[in-house]
Design a protein around this ligand. Structure first.
Ligand code: NDP
Ligand code: 2IT
Length: 449
């Protein structure tokens, strides 16, 4: 017996374990979704008949390839890259590329699987996919990053396209990498196909507010959860893990809505600044100089740097994990709740372990899972695709307003679904079921493919 699963779903999950050995993050992501689908299968028996769940757990296509490149000293390196094209029932495969040494097939599959439901929640026409490489960009020169991106695209170009599969950024991949990838795609195909990648620069087809979108969106979602409870961000103290793209713009939006973020981190340590983080300084260190967050403490003498510190032990009312998967466990969740945390919104993908989620749910605090809370990034990517398709370019205000409306809708849909299935405010259930239903109905309509 697998804990938490209905009798009909258990054999399906066992099959996923058997067919995907060793891919623990993928198993975790599938289990979390299947756990919430029991009542859905009762209400819609046709999904079992069409084997929708078995089909949704099997990627439509998985591409694994070699990426050879030379460093600045002329030494040759071989990396492995992936593109998992998971589900295209709602639109072209869509999802980011992650460059991090921890990347292997199980990580890309968990991310691709989550992306299916997240993208469905946006209400925009995008399917789910994800890619990446075990390449470690830390300490690499611009020239090395460029050669790596060019080599990767020399294989990937044949699998992607504006109507097929549209990659974007994720950990270790931002506007610089998207530029090198786009340049090589354009060169090989001899096509200025803007819609093939998102997260582009503003003067070569990018969308305003895409850089800010994931972090801003997570805070809009958090704000909606607080509104349901008659509360707001005004005067709240927060902590945000990570100090990359998502973390930086989550901090920015919390500050603009009247909250104060007092801690952030990177994989080496934690910065605590009781006065509230100086975001201009963080942007300078991280976006311009690409240095470690410890540098912050050299510049702001009132702040403290905790090497190897645990950010979740810093007392706060709101917490946003914005770094990576499984960065917040059951113990961390218990500490957060005991120290007065009332709301958690996930900027990262699957940052809270199942034990951590359980602690938040038992405590009854507001908990917004990544699939819903961080969907603003990919939603704005879909808005970038819209602008590219019509050769248009919207203002920041217009794009941000669209983003905010999308996050308000996602929140409302998840809340209503959670209530419909008897657990109002359980956003895990709300997000999984809402996303699943959209994809499942489309799969039935499209026939056995
Ligand atoms: P960045 O590369 O810009 O930043 C990542 C941050 O997380 C860095 O501070 C990094 O620290 C830290 N981090 C990454 N891996 C680890 C690890 N294994 N252990 C500890 N810290 C780690 O990435 P993003 O901000 O784009 O992505 C952050 C999260 O948000 C990811 O989970 C991603 O999947 C998710 N996400 C991103 C979206 C986007 O639009 N970019 C959209 C939706 C979700 P260090 O520099 O030390 O590695
Ligand atoms: O996890 C994610 O949603 C992303 N990394 C963004 C994907 C995208 O296509 O913009």
């Amino acid at each position: 017996m697998v804990a938490g699963l209905d009798e009909k779903l258990e054999p399906i999950y066992r099959d996923v374990l058997r067919r995907n050995p060793g891919e623990t993050e993928f198993h975790q992501a599938v289990h979390e979704v299947l756990e919430t689908l029991g009542p859905v299968l009762v209400k819609y028996p046709e999904f079992a008949e069409h084997k929708i769940i078995q089909r949704i757990c099997e990627p439509e296509r998985q591409i694994i390839f070699r990426v050879p490149w030379q460093d600045d000293q002329g030494h040759t390196h071989i990396n492995r890259a992936f593109r998992v094209e998971f589900n295209s029932a709602l639109g072209p495969y869509k999802g980011g590329m992650r460059f991090h040494p921890s990347v292997y097939l199980g990580i890309i599959k968990f991310l691709g699987f989550e992306q299916i439901f997240k993208n469905a929640l946006t209400g925009l026409p995008i399917g789910g996919g994800k890619g990446g490489s075990d390449f470690d960009p830390k300490g690499r020169s611009d020239a090395e990053i460029m050669r790596f991106c060019q080599s990767l695209m020399t294989e990937m170009y044949r699998h992607i396209g504006e109507y097929t599969d549209v990659p974007a950024g994720d950990i270790g991949v931002g506007q610089r990498e998207i530029g090198y990838l786009f340049g090589q795609y354009k060169r090989i195909t001899n096509r200025y196909e803007s819609g093939v990648l998102t997260g582009k620069g503003l003067n070569w087809g990018g969308s305003r507010a895409r850089t800010e979108a994931t972090g801003y969106g997570a805070v809009f979602f958090l704000d909606e959860m607080l509104k349901v409870r008659g509360d707001s961000l005004e005067g709240k103290t927060g902590v945000v893990s990570g100090s990359g793209n998502v973390a930086i713009y989550a901090i920015e939006k919390i500050h603009s809505l009247g909250g104060k973020v007092i801690a952030c981190s990177d994989s080496d340590g934690v910065i605590v600044d009781k006065n509230g983080l100086d975001l201009d300084l963080i942007k300078q260190i991280k976006e311009v100089e690409r240095r470690r967050i410890s540098v912050y403490a050299d510049e702001r003498k009132d702040s403290t740097y905790l090497p190897d510190g645990n950010i979740w032990t810093v007392p706060c009312q709101i917490a946003l994990p914005c770094a990576t998967q499984n960065e917040l466990n059951g113990k961390d969740a218990t500490i957060l709740v005991q120290q007065g945390c009332i709301a958690v919104a996930e900027g990262a993908n699957m940052p809270t372990t199942p034990e951590g989620i359980h602690v938040f749910q038992e405590a009854g605090i507001a908990y917004g899972p990544g699939k819903a809370a961080n969907a603003g990034g990919v939603a704005t990517s879909a808005l970038e695709m819209q602008q590219n398709a019509s050769r248009d370019s919207w203002t920041f205000e217009h794009t941000e307003a669209r983003l905010q409306q999308i996050m308000v809708n996602i929140h409302r849909n998840c809340y209503e679904t959670s209530a419909e299935f008897g657990q109002p405010g359980n956003y895990v259930k709300g997000a999984n079921v809402t996303g699943f239903l959209k994809v499942a109905h489309a799969m039935v309509a499209l026939g056995l493919i």
